[in-house]
Design a protein around this ligand. Structure first.
Ligand code: ADP
Length: 408
């Protein structure tokens, strides 16, 4: 397992939301584990994950602090803490030799924080070094307080983040039904079955329907976001035809493009194979890119949506392409490349990474929540693919998605 991936899902989501705090905790030079009262490991910093792995333990949801790490009686340790002991020290054998686990109880988030440290050398210091010993002890105590404050702040933020996600999800869920009803009525009006509309009425209802569609997309974005945040996203991987997926989108978006006077060109490679992907999720990703492109392309501009087979060399730092490999690449595709290219205002290079983070908007006056690209990135990564942008200010943008043909 990579050092970045804590396998306890709810914590992994929280960690992604607070990269600064998580990396501060990772920068501690001692292993730190956080567990709930039952012993389930909720968090392990980088050193902590290494320490667990050195003992042959994987930091996942099944791992228990008392049973697997300390191999100690849970009730005994909790009893000591409940009787008011600030810290319970527990001897531990590690690859580095004899250590001790210092177990604290953090009352507010009701968690146990465990620092693993070598048995202090201070007992071996001669008695006449008492002053030095005192200073070192003070420093260590100070450091421990800092650890604890940092950790408590991290856990509080994580809880606030969880509550925000739950709120967003339930608000989005409540909006789903009324929006579906509104959309249905707009369709009914536009179909003419409730009476013929004149051109002006058609235009107004058409625009209202477009706004309603935008709200539906926003709601589904929130629902996907909260599913991603809480680790509940499940991909429906089925063999699908990307051509159908794209045609459906363009059918729905033609009117919006016409109204905006932006030309939409579709380039689908004739040899696009069927492959396994989550139809709805990939469709949402393409729609997010198309929606952005349309928002940022002025009237008279053009947008191209292209899909083609692609060779993707995953290995980082792979040797530069040899003649042989180039020949292979032309014959062998292992993925599909989807590009949405626009002739809009473009994006400055310093934002090329940042725009894929949650709630980031380059121009705060533009409409949107700054979630579309973040969700797109995470959905594509869930397919084991990747997404990036090539763009120059004043020369438009090209967003690319790569989806592997074999997901597992
Ligand atoms: P939003 O919902 O605000 O559009 P996104 O995550 O989809 O959020 O995009 C983040 C930001 O990236 C946008 O606010 C916009 O500033 C910028 N952006 C995205 N796509 C484009 C594009 N095609 N051209 C120019 N800027 C773009």
């Amino acid at each position: 397992m990579s050092s970045k991936s804590i396998t306890v899902e709810k914590q992994a989501a929280g960690q992604a939301s607070y990269p600064l705090l998580a990396s501060l905790l990772d920068s501690l030079d001692r292993p730190l584990l956080v567990a709930d009262r039952a012993g389930q490991i909720l968090f392990a910093n980088l050193q902590g994950r290494d320490a667990l792995q050195a003992r042959g333990l994987e930091p996942n949801a099944a791992l228990n602090l008392f049973r697997d790490v300390l191999q100690a009686d849970r009730d005994g340790i909790l009893g000591q803490l409940e009787r008011g002991e600030q810290v319970v020290n527990f001897p531990l054998e590690t690859a580095e030799g004899k250590c001790r686990a210092r177990i604290h109880w953090l009352p507010e988030p009701d968690c146990l924080a465990v620092h693993i440290e070598p048995v202090p050398f201070l007992t071996e210091v001669p008695a006449d070094h008492a002053t030095m010993r005192q200073t070192v002890q003070d420093l260590m105590q100070e450091r421990e307080i800092t650890y604890r404050n940092l950790l408590a702040a991290y856990l509080r933020l994580q809880e606030a983040n969880r509550q925000k996600t739950v709120f967003l999800a339930s608000a989005a869920h409540e909006l789903k039904t009324p929006l579906a009803v509104m959309k249905g009525y707009y369709d009914l009006l536009l179909s003419g079955s409730l009476g013929k509309l004149n051109d002006r009425q058609k235009e107004i209802v058409g625009e209202s329907k477009e706004s309603c569609d935008r709200l539906v997309r926003l709601v589904s974005m929130f629902l996907n976001y909260s599913a991603l945040e809480s680790g509940k996203l499940i991909l429906q991987l089925r063999e699908n035809d990307l051509r159908d997926c794209i045609r459906e989108i363009t059918g729905r978006w033609n009117d919006a493009f016409q109204r905006a006077n932006v030309r939409l060109e579709i380039q689908i490679h004739p040899d696009l194979p069927l492959f396994k992907f989550d139809y709805q999720k990939v469709q949402q990703c393409i729609v997010n890119l198309l929606d952005n492109a349309l928002k940022h392309t002025p009237a008279g501009g053009s947008i191209t949506l292209a899909a083609q087979p692609h060779f993707w060399e995953r290995r980082a730092g792979a040797v530069s392409a040899s003649q042989d490999r180039r020949r292979d690449e032309s014959q062998y595709s292992n993925s599909i490349l989807i590009c949405v290219t626009d002739s809009g205002g473009g994006i400055a290079p310093e934002f090329h990474q940042e725009i894929f983070e949650e709630f980031v908007r380059v121009d705060p006056s533009s409409t949107g929540m700054g979630l579309g690209l973040a969700i797109t990135k995470r959905l594509i990564q869930a397919h084991r693919g990747k997404v990036w942008v090539d763009s120059e200010v004043g020369r438009g943008s090209s967003f690319s998605l790569v989806l592997p043909l074999q997901v597992d």
